[in-house]
Design a protein around this ligand. Structure first.
Ligand code: GDP
Ligand code: GDP
Length: 447
């Protein structure tokens, strides 16, 4: 691969934050590339780095400030503009000892508008120095800052990992549970529910009668058949269909219903359809399964089946909605669809509901939006006193999706009472339209 095709990482930031020091760290003893790309100044420092086995082109924007306009921000901007344009990733350095300056904030605003991926670095954070500034750096709205020390070589390995993870076509080796971005391939869907809720019937209706009654082919047992459905958005893979059939054949007693079998199905799925026999209303076991879905962090659609056999539909719908609202507050707003798996009436509403909740499950809220809301939420209801002292909550950031997971930073944040956490989670759900998916809120205390 020639140098022009390597992924480009650009180091930006105001003078003296340690860009050149970091550049030298990343490049090590590797040869600097002489650039003759159009638009790239000759004296821009460029080099090739090896990170986790990948060759990466690193551009240092330091030292170009002199020739540019007179405000500091103007100089930062003009020295970085071209480089940022061609960057696959921008490393935005701030000085964790000096703290966030107005020039940093101004530059961050500009950088955010460039639409390039940015990794925020709090440099000069050797030892424990700079924790406050690192925290302050959240306010730049560029995500979680990574603390490091270019001079002392601290955090460089982690930085390289973070860089490689953000580059295009970087090989991904994360387990499914840790997935942060949606993987390629079909959406994985599981159908669970108590025995006799109508899971097999639903499966039959979804995939078509004839495929279900096909006997096992040579070398392939019926239980192993993977089922792919198609809708206008692409493929949906039904996982654990073997489990449904097995459980349908064994006439299990309700109380012996295998929760562990459901957990297996949940782990393989991204979205789970919880099938409920609407003629029986919502049972404690249905709620148990819903809580399992919440605990495993999956997206959920509730399917009220046997709607053909329900006599008073509006009363039934209301009664079930009330029960869910009270009993499953931690997943408020779960989509509910009603249908008859037996006749097929209404089953066409299921996959659109699945797609929709899948999008919510994958949702990302920017740190800027999040903290604008967060400030208002704090104003409306002050955090409570704990041991006579008010907790000081500072910043919030979304660390992952699938399900949406947020981290709240603040002094003694870990002492935050559950009621206040619920207040924040409900606010997040409403403000950022996250109905029907688990929301995680983690506390991170600072001194
Ligand atoms: P640039 O011009 O913004 O690229 O910054 P330099 O790389 O020239 O560094 C500016 C100053 O900060 C130099 O005196 C460096 O030795 C110092 N420096 C760089 N990285 C660190 C660090 O991690 N910790 C400390 N304490 N100083 C650093
Ligand atoms: P599973 O144990 O969850 O797989 O449930 P089945 O699919 O085996 O269905 C249990 C019983 O409910 C069977 O007798 C089905 O015919 C019946 N059933 C399933 N779906 C419906 C439906 O939509 N309406 C009615 N009236 N009966 C249904």
């Amino acid at each position: 691969m020639d140098a022009e095709n390597l992924p480009v990482v650009v180091i930006a930031g105001r003078p003296n934050v340690g860009k050149s020091t970091l550049f030298n760290r990343l490049i090590g003893r590797r040869q600097a590339i002489v650039s003759d790309m159009p638009g790239v100044t000759r004296d821009r420092k460029e080099g090739e780095a090896l990170m986790r086995g990948r060759r990466v082109r690193v551009i240092d924007t330091a030292g170009l400030e002199e020739a540019a306009p007179d405000t500091l921000f103007g100089r930062m901007r003009s020295s970085s503009e071209t480089a940022v344009e061609i960057a696959d990733l921008v490393l935005f350095c701030v000085d964790a000892r000096a703290g966030i300056t107005p020039a940093d904030a101004h530059f961050a605003n500009w950088l955010r508008r460039q639409g390039r991926p940015v990794l925020l670095l709090a440099n000069k954070a050797e030892g424990k120095a700079g924790t406050d500034a690192a925290l302050e750096a959240f306010s730049l709205g560029l995500g979680t800052p990574l603390a490091l020390s270019a001079e002392h070589g601290e955090g460089i390995g982690d930085l390289m990992g973070e860089i490689v993870d953000r580059l295009p076509q970087a090989p991904r080796a994360k387990s499914r549970d840790e997935d942060e971005e949606r993987p390629a391939g079909p959406l994985r869907l599981a159908i669970i529910g108590r025995p006799n809720a109508g899971k097999s019937t639903l499966l039959n209706t979804l995939i078509g009668e004839e495929r279900m009654i096909t006997g096992p082919e040579a070398g392939l047992t019926r239980d192993a058949i993977a089922v792919d459905l198609h809708d206008e958005h692409g493929e949906i893979r039904l996982v654990d269909t073997a489990g449904i059939r097995k459980r349908a054949r064994v006439d299990e007693a309700l109380e012996r219903m295998s929760v562990s079998a459901s957990i297996e199905a949940l782990k393989m799925a991204e979205v789970v359809v919880l099938t409920i026999d609407a003629t029986l209303g919502v049972h404690e076991q249905d709620l148990q399964l819903a809580r399992l879905i919440e605990r495993e962090g999956r997206a959920c659609v509730i399917a009220l089946n046997k709607w053909d056999a329900v006599e008073n539909r509006s009363a039934t719908r209301q009664a079930i909605a009330d029960r869910l609202e009270i009993s499953l507050a931690q997943m408020r707003g779960i989509p509910v669809v009603t249908f008859s798996a037996l006749t097929g009436a209404g089953v066409n509403k299921l996959l659109p509901a699945v797609r929709k909740v899948y999008e919510v499950w994958n949702a990302r809220v920017t740190t800027g939006e999040l903290n604008r809301w967060f400030e208002e939420a704090l104003e409306k209801h002050q955090p409570p006193l704990v041991d006579g002292r008010r907790l000081k909550l500072r910043y919030m950031t979304q660390v992952k999706s699938r399900p949406p997971t947020f981290v709240l930073f603040g002094t003694r944040a870990e002492l935050l009472p559950d009621a206040y956490k619920r207040y924040l989670i409900n606010g997040l759900r409403e403000t950022f339209h996250l109905p029907g998916v688990p929301i995680r809120l983690q506390m991170r205390g600072t001194k």
